[in-house]
Design a protein around this ligand. Structure first.
Ligand code: GTP
Ligand code: SPV
Ligand code: MN
Length: 594
């Protein structure tokens, strides 16, 4: 039975039912009993596997299809009326043409199956910043994942009432046919259609599809920002908490930074960090002229490999109950394992494909993009402000990526538009979170390349315009934890020690520390990065990590200009000026670069 009388919702669902032809329709009220019932049903069909309930209470396991393990950017479309509004970085098709194509694929796709109606909220239900959506899906895995990642159920319907202001999402696994897989956004209709995938960002429509691609369009129209950013609170020994947002491309360290545990010497002095969000931030100008951030999600869909008691104890602790594990190693005692968890790969275990796995044969047991889906409230470092509907005030915005050689450990922008230019030209080496060749360098502006729902150059202009809405804008920085030495090893220890860099950033925001001018931005005095208690890192190491290589940066400037060319007349002037200026400054005698 329908759980709402909202005529707009009911009329749309009726059309979807007529198209997909499910055997029945089940409304998700969000109750524990209903979700547990669905989980048990999925144990029966093998869609989900129960884990050891003594060791991992409330946890279960899922394997996705072998051809369905990451987002598919090549099959992700922005279908606005005019192609030029989607821009050169998005796939586009005319809405009518796409709908005709999808109609054939969806026709009868749920025959013999149940359609679950999942009402969900991005943001705290009832908050002025929350936005509501519905995901119609034929997957119990997706339904249960949405119940972790978002706020679902009756409270959402009550808050929505009879309003037509909701985001529609129609998802079907269909046949999991990779050739008919489409992840499609119709921003002008607030509509998302996803078919033939059951994985992560392709299928959990509240996440990348709604909270970034559709929301970025809403944000442009309404004067705010929807960003691929973590939100972290940093408490200093005086007890003050300052918040930063950071955008890194997929699988480049957001979850890790969001759950940072200070190094021992910092903990002893009283430093503490608080997790507000690990993937998505919605940012609005507040009445005080600052930028305020909320995390619209309610859980973490984190990369499993590399997560350990050493690298990220908070993430690991978050997965100890009520968590779904996808595509990791399944051990014979009903627990899980992945590369980097510890140094003891299990014997008698099944790999992510469900095959008996011999760790000594050199193959990976867990898929590199295997993930945990964990409730945010499980996280030991979850911020007391997590549920604050007003969000938290942001002192600094940080852009980062994986660069083996070029980018310094940290750089401060000269001013807002320079910071926007820095964000627009971010580059990173490709990871396993999306299909394609791992390792190759690609530009990923603001870590939003796969997630911006409109023309990238218009998005940069929107970022520039935001300055005018902020009396007290955050400072913008870039960081790079991934510089390597001649043997390919990381020079910077990273993880908890990244707080040492954050401290410098916050000190800059408060004017408590100096900086050095460089052609590419302000850099720290190497002595101002606190290295107390760090083994093997000296002031010279920091100097090396901050080094600006003239030739590499000339190449970088050329690469950025070439990248910008595709945006033609739409490219905001400050972007181009910024790279020209930087390129010229590399030759200024005062910098004396070799
Ligand atoms: P998405 O969920 O895909 O958006 O990824 P993410 O940005 O949250 O990345 P995550 O924190 O899961 O990190 C991905 C990988 O980066 C893991 O293998 C980490 O071990 C590694 N990583 C994270 N932080 C650091 C760091 O400071 N230094 C180094 N060397 N590696 C890091
Ligand atoms: C990412 O790829 O940035 C993720 C995982 O956070 S997914 O939800 O699949 O997009
Ligand atoms: Mn992400």
């Amino acid at each position: 039975m329908a759980l709402t009388a909202n005529p707009h919702v009911l009329a749309w669902i009726e059309r979807c039912v007529a198209l997909c032809k499910p055997d029945k329709v089940v409304w998700i009220d969000g109750s524990r009993a209903q979700l547990d019932g669905l989980r048990d049903e999925a144990y029966g069909t093998g869609e989900l596997i129960e884990l050891n309930q003594e060791k991992l209470p409330g946890c279960f396991y899922h394997r996705s299809a072998v051809n369905d393990v990451a987002r598919v950017e090549g099959r992700t479309f922005i279908c606005c009326e005019k192609q030029e509004d989607a821009g050169p970085t998005n796939n586009w098709m005319a809405p009518d043409e796409m709908k005709a194509k999808l109609r054939d694929i969806y026709d009868g796709c749920m025959a013999g199956r149940t359609m679950y109606v999942v009402p969900y909220s991005m943001g705290i239900v009832g908050s002025p910043f929350a936005k509501y959506g519905f995901e119609l899906t034929d997957s119990i895995y997706v339904t249960l994942s949405m119940a972790i990642m978002t706020r679902v159920g009756q409270s959402v319907l009550d808050a929505l009432g009879d309003s037509p202001d909701f985001i529609k999402g129609l998802h079907s696994k269909a046949e999991l046919d990779a050739d008919k897989r489409y992840i499609v956004h119709f921003p002008q209709e607030n509509y998302i259609m996803s078919v033939n995938s059951g994985y992560g960002g392709n299928a959990l429509l509240g996440k990348k599809c709604f909270a970034l691609r559709i929301a970025s369009c809403l944000a442009r129209d309404e004067g705010w920002l929807a960003e691929h950013m973590l939100i972290l609170g940093i408490q200093n020994p005086e007890g003050e908490i300052h918040y930063v947002c950071a955008a890194f491309p997929s699988a480049c360290g957001k979850t890790n930074l969001a759950m940072l545990i200070p190094p021992e010497v910092y903990r002893e002095k009283g430093w503490k960090c608080w997790t507000v969000g690990d993937d998505i931030a919605w940012l609005r100008p507040g009445p005080d002229g600052r930028l305020w951030a909320v995390n619209p999600e309610n859980g973490f869909f984190g990369v499993a490999p590399g997560t350990s008691a050493k690298s990220n104890p908070n993430a690991l602790a978050s997965t100890m109950k009520d968590t779904i594990f996808t595509n990791v190693v399944l051990k014979d005692d009903g627990t899980v394992w992945w590369e980097g968890l510890d140094k003891n790969p299990p014997t008698n275990a099944l790999n992510w494909k469900g095959e008996p796995w011999d760790p000594s044969d050199g193959s990976k047991g867990a898929h590199p993009n295997s993930r945990f889906t964990a409730p945010a409230k499980n996280c030991p470092s979850i911020s007391p402000e997590f549920d604050n509907p007003q969000g938290v005030p942001i002192s600094a915005i940080i852009f980062g990526g994986r660069r083996a050689r070029t980018a310094p450990l940290v750089t401060e922008s000269f001013h807002w538009s320079h910071g926007v230019a820095m964000g627009s030209s971010m580059a990173s080496e490709k990871t396993a979170a999306a299909e394609g060749k791992v390792g190759e360098v690609r530009r990923d502006p603001m870590a939003m390349l796969p997630f911006c729902g409109y023309h990238m150059a218009d998005y940069w202009q929107h970022w520039l315009d935001m300055e005018g809405l902020l009396l007290n804008p955050p400072k913008i920085f870039t960081v790079n934890w991934f510089r390597t030495d001649e043997n390919g090893g990381f020079i910077w220890p990273g993880f908890g020690d990244n707080l040492r860099v954050l401290e410098w950033i916050l000190n800059r925001c408060e004017g408590k520390v100096g900086r050095v001018e460089s052609p590419i931005g302000w850099l720290p005095n190497p002595e101002d990065i606190d290295i107390t208690g760090l083994e093997g890192v000296t002031v010279d190491t920091i100097r090396e990590l901050l080094y600006v290589d003239k030739e590499l940066w000339h190449e970088e400037a050329a690469g950025i200009r070439e990248y910008y060319e595709q945006f033609g007349d739409k490219l905001p002037l400050p972007m181009l000026e910024s790279v020209k200026y930087m390129d010229a400054r590399l030759e200024y005698p005062k910098f004396n670069l070799k």
